[in-house]
Design a protein around this ligand. Structure first.
Ligand SMILES: NC(=O)c1ccc[n+]([C@@H]2O[C@H](COP(=O)([O-])OP(=O)(O)OC[C@H]3O[C@@H](n4cnc5c(N)ncnc54)[C@H](O)[C@@H]3O)[C@@H](O)[C@H]2O)c1
Ligand SMILES: O=c1ccn([C@@H]2O[C@H](COP(=O)(O)OP(=O)(O)O[C@H]3O[C@H](CO)[C@H](O)[C@H](O)[C@H]3O)[C@@H](O)[C@H]2O)c(=O)[nH]1
Length: 315
């Protein structure tokens, strides 16, 4: 297929672009490099520097589908600058959807997020759980999911929203490389590399076994493979939502222990206050995508996820 990957110079988009090229697709990456890196675009993919708000002319070249990763995705920043998140994530995506409609591009796979659910009533979280986002980032992604349903119903768009839980690990050289890094695993590994003194643990008074937050870490390669399945399964006039996670939760302290094992570094810890808006436990039920598309995570061991991130970081 001839495919456009928005945000393909970023962490997850670059891994998906690499897998698409390997699978023989004709891939064009559209990325404004606001948080991505031109050298993360895989060999064999064409790179166009630009915004999703200006995708119209490019789309008219003729594409079979779009994989849409481009977004602002820092929860804390979204609380401080909600307008930026609404205009960038919702406004930007609406412009992209209109341009796709005008160009006759009828298929999209979209990066949604566990943040659309907010504080869950129970875990693991299925796709049928209430969506009550607790920050503008999650709200803007949920609004896009709603728009995708409308475009599917009105214009026959084939759309899939992938709700990622905590994405981690690396695929070869393709790794997480954010200038303003907020995610737990890359920040712990910076301590092991000597780029940070210690890791702050945000809260030890949660109602969990060791008092720290529990998250579901999914390997980026497993996550990326799911996109290829979704692309094939897209059906005209339907919008389908899938959760993507490992189905197992690890606490912040458990993650730090695994990072110690993998790196051999003592990783000093500082206990800090809770980070506003962090739910205690977020674990996915990925039963729907396993049942409907036959997806199964291969790299479920946290040790493997951290090892791959560590190897890529040092290469
Ligand atoms: N990393 C996670 O754990 C996680 C979890 C849930 C959802 N997501 C979603 O997955 C997607 C990818 O996340 P990531 O971690 O790879 O982020 P990233 O910041 O590494 O990648 C995003 C890419 O999009 C580009 N971009 C941003 N705005 C753009 C625009 N208007 N036009 C063109 N390019 C633009 C950036 O330059 C960057 O290369 C995002 O939509 C994010 O919300 C990520
Ligand atoms: O330096 C740090 C960084 C994080 N944490 C903790 O580690 C856990 C994981 O935090 P991350 O920032 O790595 O990930 P989040 O769970 O906050 O965010 C992820 O899940 C969200 C859904 O709620 C969004 O989808 C978001 O894009 C995705 O990265 C949280 O409990 C957080 O409080 C620390 O203790 N110290």
């Amino acid at each position: 297929m001839r495919l456009m990957v928005t945000g393909g110079a970023g962490y997850i988009g670059s891994v998906v672009a690499a897998l698409l090229v390997e699978a023989g697709h004709d891939v064009t990456v559209l990325d404004d490099l606001s948080t991505g890196h031109a050298d993360a675009v895989p060999d064999g993919a064409r790179f166009v520097e630009g915004s999703i708000t200006e995708a119209g002319d490019l789309l008219k070249e003729g594409f079979d589908g779009v994989l849409h990763f481009a977004a602002k995705s820092l929860v804390g920043e979204s609380v401080d600058r909600p307008g930026l998140y609404w205009s960038h994530n919702l406004g930007g995506t609406l412009a992209l959807l209109e341009a796709m409609r005008r160009a006759g591009v009828g298929r999209i796979v979209f990066s949604s997020t566990a943040a659309t659910y907010g504080e869950p009533e129970s875990t693991p979280i299925p796709e049928t759980a209430p969506t009550r986002p607790t920050n503008p980032y999650g709200a803007s992604k949920l609004a896009v999911d709603t728009a995708l349903s409308a475009f599917a119903g009105l214009y026959g768009l084939a759309a899939v929203s992938m709700r990622y839980f905590n994405v981690a690990g690396a695929y070869g050289r393709f790794r997480e490389r954010h200038a303003a890094e907020t995610h737990l695993i890359p920040n712990i590994l910076k301590v092991a590399l000597g780029e940070r003194e210690s890791i702050s643990v945000f809260g030890t008074d949660y109602p969990t076994a060791d008092g720290t937050c529990v998250r579901d870490y999914v390997h980026v390669t497993d996550l990326a493979r799911a996109h290829l399945l979704a692309l094939d399964a897209c059906a005209a006039g339907t919008h389908t939502v899938y959760n993507l996670g490992n189905g197992a939760g690890f606490s912040v302290r458990e993650v730090i222990d695994v990072c110690r094992e993998v790196t051999g570094h003592e990783i000093p810890v500082e206990v800090g206050p809770r980070r506003p808006g962090d739910p205690a436990v977020l674990v996915a039920s990925s039963e729907k995508i396993q049942r409907e598309l036959g997806w199964k995570p291969d790299h479920t061991s946290l040790h493997t996820i951290v090892r791959d991130a560590w190897t890529a970081l040092r290469s």
